[in-house]
Write a protein that binds this ligand. Structure first.
Ligand SMILES: Nc1nc2c(ncn2[C@@H]2O[C@H](COP(=O)(O)OP(=O)(O)OP(=O)(O)O)[C@@H](O)[C@H]2O)c(=O)[nH]1
Ligand SMILES: [Mg+2]
Length: 721
């Protein structure tokens, strides 16, 4: 069934869940008359049809989209886990058992991973994003207007998800607020500007003439609405792009949060060149939920929606078909990368299937969209969340067991023969200067590789990428890609920018990948220190990769280190480090495990600042060239090359790649410093253990470790199947 199927009166009424009797009462006619109109809609008076359509729209708008409570089971499980955490033994001493899993961090991560998906409504301003969000919710919580309305990012959640320390429907937050910390009481209080009702949101969160004086400080809102739609997701309502620079930044920031993308563009002027640029950037950041799932249609979490679809059916069909084919051509390079990530190609038919119509006033024009979305949120996403949690808990149980068993074995050996342990410790200490030299020379080697990569990248931009912005090359691409002059005029510039960036990114990705074994090698030295002694194995009692990863998470970004982190997250060696604060978020942020929807994506880690893509493309996009006469391709190429030069495009790329390697060096050094510090601490603790810890204390320690192992081993998690 398509959205274009003829909108018959009976179906429209049924879709809006109105009875014949209800319709009769509303229209002031008899029920049999309603029935006659339904059988013969063509002969129904226009006035009646109008009133009919409006009533259906009004009613269904108030209802919102309903699909049950798909997270009921998951939240019961989470509640069970937090009850179970109450029974946990006292946490292990943090100084000795660095990064050991604790019950509190377990519950925090279960909550984090068990969260609902975030659905983001994106698009240019005034495209009906907020109205669509309101209609899905059956509410009028979000401000809508005929000019740029939304000025801040709203994270809208179900009232039952409201923490006990938030009493109001709306909290308005200051600049710099990080949505990912929306559950942290202290943090939220620090950022709160004002709390209140939906009116507060209208007052502070819209572009209006009587905004309060401090409104320019407002950045985001936490909004709680009692809507059945929010039982299956959180919603993000974003300011439109292209109104003010500030709105732009806000919208950009929110992209990294979205699990599901609703791209709204009015049917009239549907998917113009700006839309295509934004969509391109958005798709690069969106998690690929179809990874490892051959049955799920590709791009299942993407919706291109022609809003305010008032045109007649045939026209709409035509608008959408044309727009989707044009968009496919423009986005193809990005779609191919996505195809590689998910292991199957994205065909034009797949892509076309993600286009929908929307009209608040007529349920039949949004039915296909709503059904697809309801299915995604009620069936697909909860299963993904659940299986991800299942896998994670199993992994946590196993890795915690290995961690605890390692400790008890060592402690038991220590107990058995303190003399031999002393011997091992002395060997370890004697080996220190040698270890320092080895680590030192490996560090030097890695730093010089990073420095080489930096100059090689600069050279690559100068020697190779510069060939992609020459007149000849640009003209050739224009001739290959565009038959239509107008299309070329609007899209060639941004296509080219994207193409060059993609080329640079794959160059960087390759280099980043090459660094992974070297990083693993130096970390292996830490892990192996002391364990080669024949006597009691003492050595490294902390999770080396975990500590390194934790330091990266604390530093953020990380350039090529993100590639290492993504590769490491995939292996099972990270273990209990998954519970270190910030690690899960860091991995999600670089696309290594995008929250609920796992997507190992080096490309995402390397996609670079969207600002670069959008900023430059927008500059080219607004310039409208007049290209009369023949060989317009050559003249367009000239304009584009001149604009790129004027915008210092190649310099921007050079700066970007240099910063990439500077970040790499910085993160690597931070990670290594943290690892070395942990190693030294480890040595101190070993000395204490071997030299001064009493027999009784050691026995008590063993029981504590065993209690921790039993606690994690006994987590009463019910697998789905
Ligand atoms: N009748 C009708 N009006 C609509 C529909 N969609 C949007 N509108 C109206 O169009 C105007 C713009 O809609 P908004 O939802 O505010 O648009 P937006 O994309 O959120 O705009 P910004 O917040 O400025 O980015 C509002 O007056 C809406 O009521 C629709 O399907 N039917
Ligand atoms: Mg809006």
């Amino acid at each position: 069934m398509t959205a274009f199927e003829s909108c018959n009166l009976a179906k429209m009424r049924a879709d809006a869940k109105i009875s014949q009797e209800g319709m009769a009462t509303h229209l002031g006619i008899s029920q049999s008359q309603v029935s006659r109109y339904e059988q013969d809609p063509d002969n129904t008076p226009l006035g009646v049809v109008k009133a009919w359509v409006k009533y259906c729209g009004d009613i269904s708008t108030k209802q919102g989209l309903e699909y049950g409570a798909p997270y009921r089971d998951i939240s019961t499980q989470i509640k069970l886990m937090s009850d179970y955490a109450e029974t946990a033994p006292a946490p292990l001493d943090d100084a000795l058992f660095k990064g050991a899993p604790t019950a509190a961090s377990f519950v925090r991560e279960v909550r984090n991973l068990g969260r609902k998906p975030r659905v983001a409504a994106c698009g240019r301003f005034d495209q009906g994003k907020s109205r669509l969000a309101n209609t899905l919710m059956g509410s009028d919580a979000l401000p809508t207007a005929f000019q740029p309305a939304t000025a801040i990012i709203s994270l809208i959640r179900h009232v039952s998800d409201r923490p006990s320390w938030i009493k109001e429907d709306v909290w308005i937050m200051r600049k710099g607020f990080d949505m990912k910390q929306a559950s942290d009481e202290q943090y939220c209080n620090d950022y709160k500007i004002v709390a209140g009702s939906f009116d507060t949101l209208k007052k502070y969160g819209t572009h209006n003439d009587n905004q309060p004086a401090d409104a320019d400080q407002c950045f985001a809102a936490l909004v709680y609405v009692d809507s059945p739609f929010l039982l299956g997701c959180d919603l993000l309502d974003l300011p439109g792009y292209g109104h003010s620079h500030d709105d732009h930044t806000k919208a950009e920031l929110a992209h990294s949060l979205a699990d599901v993308l609703i791209y709204a563009s009015a049917a009239q002027g549907f998917m113009d060149q700006q839309d295509l640029q934004f969509a391109n950037a958005l798709l690069k950041q969106l998690p690929t939920i179809e990874t490892n799932d051959d049955i799920l249609p590709v791009l299942r979490n993407v919706y291109f929606v022609a809003t305010m679809a008032r045109q007649d059916h045939a026209d709409l069909e035509d608008i959408i078909t044309k727009a989707s084919s044009r968009a496919y051509t423009h986005l193809l390079e990005g779609l191919q990368v996505r195809g590689e990530l998910i292991g199957r190609p994205v065909s034009q038919t797949d892509f076309r299937a993600r286009f929908f119509t929307y009209l608040v006033d007529d349920p039949s024009r949004r039915k296909a969209f709503e059904e697809d979305l309801a299915d995604l949120l009620s069936k697909v996403c909860p299963v993904k969340v659940r299986s991800r949690l299942d896998g994670w808990v199993v992994e946590l149980k196993n890795s915690t067991k290995a961690y605890c068993d390692g400790w008890t074995a060592r402690l038991a050996e220590l107990l058995e023969s303190r003399d031999r342990a002393q011997g091992s410790l002395e060997m370890l200490e004697r080996a220190e200067p040698l270890r320092h030299r080895r680590i030192g020379s490996k560090t030097e080697r890695i730093l010089s590789i990073i420095a080489l990569n930096k100059s090689a990248s600069t050279e690559y931009v100068k020697a190779d990428l510069s060939n992609l912005v020459t007149l000849d090359y640009v003209e050739k691409r224009i001739r290959e890609r565009y038959e239509d002059k107008k299309d070329a005029q609007q899209l060639a510039g941004s296509y080219l920018i994207d193409h060059v960036q993609n080329t640079l990114n794959s160059f960087l990705a390759e280099r980043a990948q090459e660094l992974v074994p070297d990083i693993n090698d130096i970390l292996a030295d830490y892990q192996a220190a002391g364990t080669s002694a024949d006597d009691v194995e003492l050595g490294t009692l902390f999770n080396v990769k975990g500590v390194f990863l934790g330091a990266l998470a604390a530093t953020g970004t990380g350039g090529a280190m993100a590639a290492w982190a993504a590769a490491t997250a995939d292996s099972e060696e990270v273990g209990p480090a998954l519970l270190l604060p910030g690690v899960a978020n860091y991995l999600a942020g670089i696309g290594a495990t995008a929250g609920m929807m796992s997507a190992t994506s080096l490309i995402a880690a390397l996609a670079g600042p969207i600002a670069l893509a959008i900023g430059l493309a927008a500059l080219l996009g607004v310039a409208t060239y007049s290209l009369f006469g023949p060989s317009w391709q050559s003249r367009l190429a000239k304009k584009i090359c001149a604009a790129l030069k004027e915008q210092h495009f190649l310099e921007t790329l050079t700066n970007y790649s240099e910063k990439y390697w500077d970040d790499t060096r910085h993160s690597f050094q931070k990670g290594l410093a943290a690892t070395e510090a942990a190693f030294q601490e480890n040595l101190t603790n070993l000395r204490k253990l071997v030299n001064t810890t009493s027999h009784e204390d050691m026995t008590a320690m063993i029981s504590k470790v065993e209690a921790t192992r039993d606690f994690f081993g006994g987590i009463p998690w019910r697998q789905r199947n």
